[in-house]
Design a protein around this ligand. Structure first.
Ligand code: AMP
Ligand code: GLY
Length: 422
């Protein structure tokens, strides 16, 4: 089988490595992929948002199955366009990807169907938003409506900060048209849990839970990033909480999307906060998380391609989805300065013995050398029987990888260890 994976980061590398385990797979194409994946996939220089060329390439090559991994092409209708040409796909159509593409849509969906989430108001007029803030409790959370590279959320601790945030989104348009509509919501507290799930619109199968580390610096300091590391499973996510989430959040969401005529098929990501009033949804993503995927898929014992195809064929209920009863830790190595300004183009060395444990996110090949080419450069993942071992082993991997200006957090997994009392 010829497989095509749309996207080019660490998440896509993890998906590609797992799909490769299926003996029926003859070739995997990554569009555009990145230089660090060259050993696992054929790189095709077509951007993930270039839907016309993605479709043309798939037809020309006779692709048997396509995985559309990033949010942008999903929201832009990449799956719809491929399916129109008869190419089976993993990923939601645009009408369902809106669950991530518009915060206003997802918040209104949760309100309509009684799915627990932070209280909120939607504004499309700046003066009204500023007036609302005069009496709203602080801290407040301000969210731009559309996709904003994970940066469209501002937690304002004071009223003044909240007003500045509203003005930057609605008047200065720092997130472009994403700021035409904004959500102002209640600030929640509690441990955060990421739960990725497979769903074919009929049933929902949660994957092993995970914990992201979003801040750039140790001890959760510094700016928000796309994610500096992950562990799985998440110790806060007990069996009791999982049962509650299935009943109160996962099934109601699938049913709500069906009721709206927007059946979701693919990977639905639940960003949850475990508050003292129970689990609540912080965000939905219409795709695998990054870097959650880099700890979740290494623990998947079942064949990923088989599971994905069962989602497409709506036979997920009859398909085994089994995770190892083990632990994984992924440490992201980034370029010093990420998530703001950073230099790139530094030569990378990854010993061949550990290449299977490394998911490359931002690299390019030039004259046979692998060079850094992004903010998040790679993730090093170790799987072990215990969480302390997984953490130790992932940092041992990091020690063996070199590039100038490498930056990483030293405390990935520390919070999880504390939660477990270890
Ligand atoms: P999002 O892009 O929606 O995932 O938000 C980014 C991060 O902001 C989340 O992972 C949370 O840590 C935080 N956040 C978002 N919404 C809230 C909220 N209502 N209360 C507290 N923290 C929030
Ligand atoms: N790690 C969070 C995300 O993928 O959005």
């Amino acid at each position: 089988m010829k497989i095509m994976v749309v996207g080019g980061g660490g998440r896509e590398h993890a998906i590609i490595k797992k799909i490769k385990e299926n003996p029926n797979v003859s070739e995997i194409f990554a569009l555009p992929g990145n230089g660090g994946m060259a050993g696992d996939a054929t790189l095709v220089p077509i951007g993930a948002k270039d839907i016309d060329n993605i479709v043309a390439f798939a037809e020309e090559k006779g692709i048997d199955y396509a995985v559309v991994a990033p949010d942008d092409p999903l929201v832009l209708g990449c799956v719809d366009a491929l399916e129109e040409k008869g190419i089976p796909c993993f990923g939601p159509r645009a009408d369902a990807a809106i669950i991530e593409g518009s915060k206003v849509f997802s918040k209104n969906l949760m309100k309509k169907y009684g799915i627990p989430t932070a209280e909120y108001e939607v504004f499309d007029d700046m003066e009204a938003a500023l007036k609302y803030l005069e009496t709203a409790p602080a801290p407040t959370v301000i969210k731009a409506d559309g996709l904003a590279l994970g940066k469209g959320v501002i937690i304002a601790t004071t009223r003044e900060e909240a007003m500045e945030a509203v003005k930057s989104m609605m008047a200065d348009k720092v997130f472009g048209h994403s700021g035409d509509h904004i959500v102002i919501e209640e600030f929640l507290t509690g441990p955060e849990v990421s739960v990725l799930s497979f769903t074919d619109g009929k049933c929902v199968v949660p994957m092993i839970s995970s914990m992201d580390h979003k801040r750039a610096g140790d001890n959760d300091t510094g700016l928000n990033t796309g994610g500096m590391g992950t562990v799985a499973p998440n110790p806060y996510y007990t069996d009791d909480i999982a049962e509650r989430c299935m009943k109160e959040i996962f099934l109601p969401t699938i049913n709500a999307m069906n009721a709206e005529g927007r059946t979701f098929k693919g990977c639905l990501y639940f960003g949850l906060m475990l508050t003292d009033k129970g689990p609540k949804v912080i965000e939905y993503n219409c795709r695998f998380g990054d870097p959650e995927t880099q700890v979740v898929l290494p623990l998947l014992e079942s064949d990923l391609l088989t599971v994905m195809q069962s989602v497409t064929n709506e036979t997920l209920a009859d398909t085994e989805v089994q995770f190892a009863d083990r632990h994984a830790c992924c440490v992201i190595m980034a370029s010093e300065g990420y998530p703001t300004a950073y230099d790139k183009g530094f030569e990378m060395t990854i010993p061949a013995e550990i290449a299977d444990n490394v998911y490359v996110a931002g690299a390019k090949l030039a004259d046979g050398k692998l060079l850094t080419d992004g903010g998040r450069v790679l993730g090093a993942t170790a799987v072990a029987d215990t969480l302390p071992e997984a953490i130790k082993d992932s940092y041992a991997l990091v020690e063996q990888i070199h590039f100038d200006n490498a930056y990483y957090r030293h405390d990935i997994g520390a919070r999880a260890l504390k939660a477990k009392g270890e």
